[in-house]
Ligand binder design. Sequence first.
Ligand code: URA
Length: 243
Amino acid sequence: MTRLDRWLVALGVGSRSQVQKLVKSGAVQVNGQPARDPSQSFAGDEALTLHGTPLDGRLTRHVMLHKPAGLLTAARDKKQPIVMDLLPPAYSSLGCMPVGRLDKDTTGLLLLTTDGELNHRLLAPGRHVDKTYRAAVDGPLTDEHVAAFAAGLHLSDFDAQPAALNILSSGAAESVALVTVHEGKFHQIKRMFEAVGRHVTALHRLTFGSLTLDEALAPGEWRELTEAELTALYHDAQMKETL
Ligand code: URA
């Protein structure tokens, strides 16, 4: 239970003084009744409207985004477009943040959440949350590459753990493969391929832990996680779900 005005500020409706004015003007309704007192208590499960339009009052949000190429995975950036630009402003106000990072030119599954502990735990080294990527590279792939990935590759600043490489097609000019890694170091997939003499020309993430990118989402589209997805994700993080 908290004050209505605090809740509205958290939802990004406006500053403290702006929301107080709105409430006093009768623009905010709680369970169908105009609220007149900004300090009245609010539990979070009441129906909220602003100027007659329903307002999603949940403070927690968990989002699956199909990241398109060309956006930075960042909570804010002064110069470049970011993934947060694809979500309504309330998501930023609520502190919804990307879990980990995809490169600007990488596409696919990006999870965003308001739960900082979940975010932290899913990324913690040793948690071994698997991620599967589809990578296109600039030359043939062979069983030797599969063996090198399975053995674990030595990169300049760290040894990559054994990873599964599953070749979907191999050609002189281009090959496509699925790669599953248990960690998430900077440019990891691109650097693993560089280490075996191949350059990644396209990279797309398909899974993150128990989450699989919803094929119904076009690049740039997003949706909230389902209950089942959320439960599985909290299980991945070995956490109790806090809704
Ligand atoms: N590995 C990369 O090289 N880039 C990404 O965006 C993700 C994993």
